[in-house]
Design a protein around this ligand. Structure first.
Ligand SMILES: [Zn+2]
Length: 122
């Protein structure tokens, strides 16, 4: 089955063949969500182009965190307009709950944008 680029990103598939999984375990595995495969299990493309490659992914992760911060703040402000401690608790809670999402998708996007791996199909 041929995936579109967006579908492959969303499902965490290899940028080269769009079939192999970038991460070893599903996003919902709370204890091992961060474990990546070193190479694609289908086409053998490397997911670590150089040492320290994923350092740059923290800037994308920072963007996600700011988006969560602004989104939760606006939602609370325009619905129940609570006390300050509720904002802080909600923002902190949201940030913690979305750590697996933020971690994985920042790495996936960084690999797609800066990994230098072009789609080659099968
Ligand atoms: Zn692959």
């Amino acid at each position: 089955m041929k995936l579109s680029n967006q579908a492959a990103i969303w499902q965490g598939k290899c940028p080269c063949c769009r079939e192999g999984n970038i991460f070893s375990y599903p996003l919902t595995n709370i204890t091992r969500f961060y474990e990546m495969n070193e190479k694609c299990t289908v086409c053998s493309s490397t997911y670590v182009p150089e040492p320290g490659f994923y350092f740059g992914a923290l800037f994308i992760s920072y963007g996600f965190t700011v988006a969560f911060f602004v989104g939760v703040s606006m939602l609370l402000y325009f619905t129940i307009h609570p006390a300050t401690w509720v904002y802080l608790t909600a923002i902190l809670g949201t940030s913690i709950i979305f750590i697996p999402f933020s971690f994985r998708y920042s790495r996936i996007l960084f690999l797609y944008w800066f990994g230098g791996i072009a789609y080659r199909g099968k």
